[in-house]
Design a protein around this ligand. Structure first.
Ligand code: UT7
Length: 308
């Protein structure tokens, strides 16, 4: 069955950087606590850019030099929990900003959204109905963070990442999971409370468990061994989560990619932003096997393996 290959990548983060020290002036926290417990030094926070502004910039960045024009797109899929409107969805707003005319839809599975969105795209390629799909992860989490709550305010950041997909056979295997639970992480949609609330420890345990289980499953499904994987791009929620999973899986630490230090947790944007960073640094080589994995609200999780 045919699937897709990644033709190009792009990303965008707002210029405004907020350091841990700046946060410690407004919250009962310290640079040391945030770096040691979460691995974050700074995050990019939008001053006036909307989620669709950031998503469109990441998309334009991915389309640049790809030879694919907005009018060549057959679909736009946005992974997000922070679209500026309930309707139109984020993908329609991006479609308008790019000047594209294709179908456009959103996927909401919290931090796992980008993995779900890639798998959704894979379905269209398998049916042979598309040639180019733009998949974007974009979040303005600063708009749903309670800036008085130190347990969440220090964690999240804003940004967007995009991948342009074309026909190919490079999507090797995937796994998606959901276990309905509104006790551990939620963002209520109520006038008096629409902020992220999270039980940190429980989420941490779920995260480590799901990374390990999902990576093992997807490696097996692809007919590979752990040593065949060149890079693992995990959702950037906490560097300690990644380190715990790495030790439990006994895969060399240098294969686990991280940029949480500079961006914080950008939910569905974290994987495509990191993928773009690695791509632009020239680190990825044709034929590399790359595993992506994510976990978050839902509770949801997922992983996939792509040949570069
Ligand atoms: O992307 C979606 C999925 N999200 C995640 O995967 C997040 C998973 N969870 C985590 O990353 C971590 O649990 C947190 C970063 C949220 C919290 O770190 P922790 O090491 O689990 O801390 P904790 O909640 O166990 O709290 C330890 C202490 C507490 O103080 P006491 O009770 O020991 O006196 C907290 O009140 O740290 C305190 N604390 C802070 N101290 C300074 C909590 N937040 C802060 C803070 N600065 N910002």
């Amino acid at each position: 069955m045919s699937s897709f290959r990644i033709l190009s990548t792009g990303s965008y983060a707002p210029n405004n950087i907020v350091t841990n020290s700046q946060l410690s002036e407004m919250l009962d926290t310290t640079d040391q606590w945030i770096q040691q417990r979460v691995g974050i030094c700074q995050r990019h926070i939008s001053v006036s850019e909307t989620t669709s502004d950031m998503a469109a910039k990441a998309a334009e960045n991915a389309l640049q030099n790809s030879g694919v024009r907005p009018e060549d797109l057959d679909m736009i899929i946005c992974a997000t929990i922070t679209a500026e409107y309930r309707s139109p969805n984020l993908a329609c707003m991006v479609q308008k900003k790019l000047g594209a005319s294709c179908p456009a839809m959103d996927v909401n599975c919290a931090c796992s959204s980008f993995i779900y969105a890639l798998d959704t795209a894979a379905g269209f390629f398998a049916r042979g109905t598309v040639r180019h799909i733009l998949v974007i992860g974009a979040e303005r989490l600063s708009s749903i963070v309670d800036w008085k709550d130190r347990s969440t305010a220090v964690i999240f950041g804003d940004g967007a990442g995009a991948v342009l997909l074309g026909t190919g056979d490079n999507y090797l295997a995937s796994v998606l999971n959901a276990a309905g639970n509104d006790e551990i992480i939620k963002i209520p949609d109520q006038p008096e409370n629409s902020f992220i609330s999270m039980k940190g420890q429980e989420t941490f345990q779920f995260a480590v468990k799901s990374i390990c289980a999902d990576l093992q499953t997807v490696i097996r499904k692809a007919g590979l061994q752990p040593e065949d994987i060149d890079y693992i791009i995990p959702h950037q929620a906490n560097s300690r989560i990644i380190e715990f999973a790495q030790k439990r899986l006994n895969i060399p630490a240098e294969k686990f990619c991280m940029n949480i230090k500079n961006y914080g947790n950008t939910s569905s944007a974290s994987i495509p932003m990191l993928l773009d960073e690695l791509n632009r640094s020239g680190k990825l080589e044709q034929g590399d096997k790359i595993a992506l994995c994510a976990f978050g609200g839902g509770l949801s999780s997922g992983a996939c393996i792509i040949t570069w």
